[in-house]
Design a protein around this ligand. Structure first.
Ligand code: SF4
Length: 203
């Protein structure tokens, strides 16, 4: 991949204002462009800093890194190894119907889809990790989380390992059977990372 193509993509995403209800978030796509691991979240959360840190919030972000700690990966090592992005690159705002953030609309997702496709094409990741129902739908089609979490898929040259959303607002994680599926998924991620020779810095 050329540095120019990568830089052009980052600048085009940062300048995009196609969705009127969205707030632009600098830094939603984070990580080295030569990463072999691509993590795809739903959308950036609200940020108070000048640059967004994906999964850096004390809720879902903290849970995600607790899950990874179970397979020996500390947050700093995983952030070095992975490229983080999201289905949509802008903050949708709070959910007017309850807890958490507003899910992006199908129109917003469709608007942003070419960016995700271009990231994937430029990065050619060996491990793809969609996190949460929306990201799973984008990469695997409309399938229930119970059917895909805990399983490993092949997508081109990539191994795709779906995870549930780690947000406390997600009720999916409350079911013990779902938590077992999630443990299997995280364990598969650890094995796949190790199979590529990727290990936490502390290991
Ligand atoms: S969500 Fe995507 S398509 Fe919509 S304004 Fe943001 S970058 Fe552009």
């Amino acid at each position: 991949m050329s540095d120019a193509a990568w830089q052009d993509l980052l600048e085009t995403m940062a300048a995009c204002r196609r969705c009127p209800g969205m707030t632009s978030v600098p830094g939603v796509a984070r990580g080295a462009p030569d990463s072999r691991v691509m993590v795809v979240g739903q959308a950036p959360a609200k940020t108070t800093g000048s640059v967004y840190l994906p999964f850096g919030n004390p809720g879902g972000g903290k849970n995600l890194f607790l899950w990874l700690a179970d397979i020996g990966w500390d947050e700093a090592s995983f952030r070095r190894a992975a490229y983080f992005t999201a289905v949509v690159k802008c903050y949708p705002g709070p959910n007017p119907r309850g807890k958490g953030d507003r899910p992006p609309t199908p129109w917003e997702v469709a608007n942003c889809r070419p960016f995700l496709a271009r990231e994937q094409a430029l990065l050619s990741p060996r491990i793809l990790v969609p996190v949460g129902g929306l990201a799973v739908r984008e990469l695997l089609g409309p399938r229930p989380l119970t059917e895909v979490v805990g399983r490993v898929f092949s997508q081109g040259a990539a191994t795709l390992i779906p995870l549930p959303h780690p947000s406390g607002a997600s009720l999916w994680n409350n079911d013990p059977a779902h938590r077992e599926l999630r443990r299997r998924a995280v364990s598969a991620l650890g094995e796949t990372l190790g199979g590529l020779g990727l290990h936490p810095r502390s290991a």
